[in-house]
Design a protein around this ligand. Structure first.
Ligand code: ADP
Length: 467
């Protein structure tokens, strides 16, 4: 099949979270399966210099009511996939992908709207005989209104990676982007007097998915806190909605070959893992004899970081080490930094650091993910493969990927989003660490298989219904 993915971030070219990982690993898996795959993404600063891209010489112009934006197309071919980067200096040559200094760019609708329109132009210019357009999250939801106006006959698939971000803008965005005003009605873009581009995509696509069956179930049963008002709208379109679990790319996430680790290791040779913990504890001045918990995450309420900050009031008295890596909401960073002042075994690294994240996965005994909600979560899958036992809340994709040790699984799972349950889960982890079962559970975690093959086939079946 000939598939065009559209996404606002793609690892290793750009990344702020799991979306980028998925848009790297899914296309590779599809190409390995014999599909012809192009991935369209914006050209952010540094991509051209870091990855030798080929200038195709192709250019296009997107005409909006705010001005005309020119785009050039650069490509890179690896892993059987064509990674296509759309360059417009004014719109994408900025320090952040979506925001700067904690504030979203005012013209995000214009940036991503133009990007989607330009991607459709380039599909034609490249003579890519596309059969499936698969767009991911609100940033690429704009492609569906444009496709609706062009009537090109592609299978139109939309994946929601996080329903909390819906791409809601002033309704003038519709006119500015020269999108058909007739789509501005209750069953499409219209949303409390504004334009909701995720809502429009849900209506205009052939099928929409989300990234785990658990999150899909929760969305369909939602009373409003997950879907932010879209729950009835989604339920009315449940016939074309399903959850397909994300996978991870084991070629990239592999402790036996990970170049960021000073010592590599594998299930049959675990010495390197012990060394990874020693190295990390030395770097952070922590006692390697204590159980090491880690968090690698966006610091947002969704990820349960406020709950963790509260629980630390009591956990600071436990004999554990805790290292957190992440960035996000100022109040959460401040709360965590304040807690670190009171807890001798706690360290907080603010920022985004791929190399440190890998060292942490390899060193940690436990990986904490007390999420309020979790569309899928990749970090817990990575953690397990690196031998860190996940301690997670029973929600969304965490339900589908982590089973409690009490039920033959390799994680510690708690149900309610409360401080008491989180503390109890950490206490269970401490108990496990000091028990003779720790090694066996760690090995069980490393045995889990979250490769893409099954989900890749599920997408293929879905595409085939519309091709
Ligand atoms: P999200 O909801 O943010 O997409 P996921 O668990 O699905 O969460 O994916 C998060 C991805 O981002 C993982 O690959 C994780 O290792 C990475 N990540 C998150 N925060 C950081 C950080 N501060 N530094 C490096 N990598 C990070």
């Amino acid at each position: 099949m000939k598939i065009a993915h559209l996404a606002s971030e793609v690892y290793p070219f750009s990344k702020t979270g799991g979306l980028a990982d998925v848009l790297s690993s899914l296309p590779k898996a599809q190409a390995a399966h014999g599909d012809e795959v192009c991935v369209f993404s914006p050209m952010y600063p540094g991509i051209a210099e870091r990855f030798r891209l080929e200038d195709t010489g192709l250019a296009t112009w997107v005409n909006t009511n705010r001005g005309v934006y020119d785009y050039r197309l650069f490509i890179k071919k690896t892993h059987g996939v064509k990674w296509c980067f759309l360059a417009n200096m004014f719109q994408f040559d900025r320090a952040g992908l979506y925001s700067a200094d904690g504030r979203d760019f005012d013209d995000n609708y214009l940036r991503f709207g133009c990007f989607c329109k330009a991607a459709l132009d380039f599909m034609e210019a490249m003579q890519f005989d596309c059969e499936v357009v698969h767009a991911h999250d609100w940033q690429t939801a704009f492609v569906f209104p444009y496709l609706n106006m062009q009537n090109r006959g592609y299978a139109k698939i939309f994946t929601i990676h996080n329903l909390a971000f819906q791409g809601v803008f002033d309704s003038s965005a519709i006119n500015e982007l020269k999108i058909d005003q007739q789509l501005n009605h209750l069953e499409c873009l219209e949303y409390w007097g504004k334009a909701n581009f995720m809502k429009g995509a849900i209506e205009l696509c052939d099928a929409f998915t989300t990234v785990s069956p658990g999150y899909a179930e929760e969305i369909l049963a939602d009373d409003g806190h997950l879907a932010l008002g879209l729950q009835d709208f989604i339920r009315a379109r449940a016939f074309k909605f399903r959850g397909i679990l994300n996978g991870i790319d084991y070629a990239d996430w592999n402790p036996a070959t990970d170049a960021c680790l000073d010592d590599n290791y594998a299930l049959n040779d675990m010495d390197g893992r012990f060394q990874c913990k020693l190295d990390l504890c030395r770097d952070f001045n922590l006692d390697p004899a204590k159980p090491l918990f880690t968090v690698i995450s966006r610091f947002t309420e969704q990820k349960g970081l406020l709950l963790l900050a509260e629980a630390l009031e009591e956990l600071k008295y436990r004999d554990i080490s805790l290292v957190l890596l992440g960035d996000g909401e100022r109040r959460i960073c401040d709360a965590l930094l304040a807690k670190a002042m009171q807890m001798p075994g706690m360290r907080v690294a603010i920022g985004y650091d791929n190399s440190l994240s890998r060292k942490l996965y390899a060193a940690a005994d436990f990986f904490l993910m007390p999420s309020l909600f979790e569309p899928c979560g990749l970090s817990q899958m990575i953690a397990m493969h690196y031998g860190a036992v996940p301690v997670v809340r029973y929600t969304g994709g965490l339900k589908n990927t982590v089973r409690d040790v009490c039920y033959g699984g390799c994680g510690i799972v708690f149900a309610d989003y409360t401080r008491a349950e989180l503390i109890n889960a950490v206490d269970r982890a401490i108990g496990l660490y000091h028990s003779p079962h720790m090694l066996e559970i760690r090995e069980r975690a490393m045995y889990q298989d979250f490769a893409w093959h099954k989900s890749c086939l599920e997408y293929e079946c879905l595409y085939k219904q519309f091709v």
